[in-house]
Design a protein around this ligand. Structure first.
Ligand SMILES: Nc1nc2c(c(=O)[nH]1)N[C@@H](CN(C=O)c1ccc(C(=O)N[C@@H](CCC(=O)O)C(=O)O)cc1)CN2
Length: 300
């Protein structure tokens, strides 16, 4: 293995520390406490862990945290009513509805009910449009975390050849927009891309967000490239015991690390940045709501 390992855990801890310092200053100088409300519908085990961690890290950063758990059987109208109540609550600056929602609900309708100014996930159609046209918006947490790691490594991304593998609304498309805004030359590759291996081999920056375990192999990677692996895939791990699993990314770590200049591991890479950026977005939303200067280095 020759690549430098980009330590997402340490990076995320640094971001959370910076957010905590800003929050303390907001409290001391203005008597304002940023507040985040997370809505969890149903009992998806992974979502429960993520929501618990969000609440814990919000409190650790000195913010007000609310968790609203709703039964999987509630109606879409009840979730919308909850979101509307939070929209009107002055203690709450950020609202997040944990995804996936149960299948009887339309996620787009629920998400588009969140006030765009409180949409700390950046998934509301207004924020999507603002980001796509290069205007000030709330930015989705996972792509924001990837951008922070890339800016830290490259300084300027201007003129870098970036390939994003995957075209999801949550990661692929906002990642494309963020990289383009930083003047990278960006290609989005997907399941219909011809000779995807060759397209990836042209990348100085390769962002893998396709949701297919270990799809990207070392021979897809340009020597010295920076590889950002967004994938979090649970695969069977019989070597750990019957019914056990392990988590792998969208990149085959060992072979990619042989060729890349730097790579994020899974776990411990992009994942921890998602919650750190959620805290940063809540702080940003709170500053905007109070017409205070936004924290530098914590937004796109
Ligand atoms: N409303 C949202 N829903 C979901 C989002 C989101 O950004 N907004 N993203 C994911 C889940 N997610 C946060 O919600 C999330 C996923 C993974 C991690 C993380 O730290 N992963 C660890 C490994 C965790 C494990 O062992 O399972 C890592 O990669 O090191 C944090 C947050 C879907 N839903």
């Amino acid at each position: 293995m020759s690549a430098e390992i980009i330590d997402g855990k340490a990076f995320a801890a640094r971001i959370r520390g910076e957010v905590g310092s800003h929050v303390a200053r907001l409290k001391q100088e203005h008597g304002i406490v940023p507040g985040l409300a997370v809505v969890l519908v149903g009992e998806d085990p992974a979502s429960q862990v993520y929501v618990r961690n969000k609440g814990k890290q919000t409190v650790e950063a000195g913010m007000h945290s609310e968790e609203h758990r709703m039964d999987a059987s509630v109606s879409e109208a009840e979730v919308i009513a909850m979101v509307e109540r939070l929209n009107a609550d002055p203690k709450i600056h950020g609202i997040l509805v944990q995804l996936p929602l149960p299948s009887h609900m339309n996620s787009e309708i629920v998400i588009n009910t969140i006030s765009p100014a409180k949409d700390v996930d950046g998934f509301h159609i207004s924020n999507v449009g603002l980001l796509g046209t290069g205007q000030k918006s709330m930015v989705p947490c996972t792509p924001l975390g990837c951008l922070m790691m890339l800016r830290d490594r490259f300084g300027s991304l201007s003129g870098q050849n970036a390939v994003v593998v995957g075209r999801s609304n949550i990661v692929g498309k906002p990642m494309f927009n963020l990289l383009l805004r930083d003047s990278a030359t960006v290609t989005v590759a997907h399941s219909r891309t011809r000779d995807i291996e060759a397209v990836c081999r042209g990348a100085d920056i390769l962002v893998a967000a396709v949701g297919r375990p270990e799809m990207i192999r070392g021979d897809w990677v340009k020597p010295g490239a920076t590889v950002i692996d967004v994938g979090i895939n649970r695969v069977p791990a019989p070597e750990k015991g019957e019914g056990k699993h392990r988590i792998v990314g969208d990149c085959h770590f060992e072979s990619c690390a042989e060729v890349a200049g730097a790579i994020t591991p899974v776990p411990g890479g992009v994942g921890p940045m998602t919650i750190a950026c959620l805290l940063a977005n809540t702080l940003t939303a709170c500053c905007r709501a109070n017409r205070l200067p936004e924290p530098e280095g914590l937004t796109a």
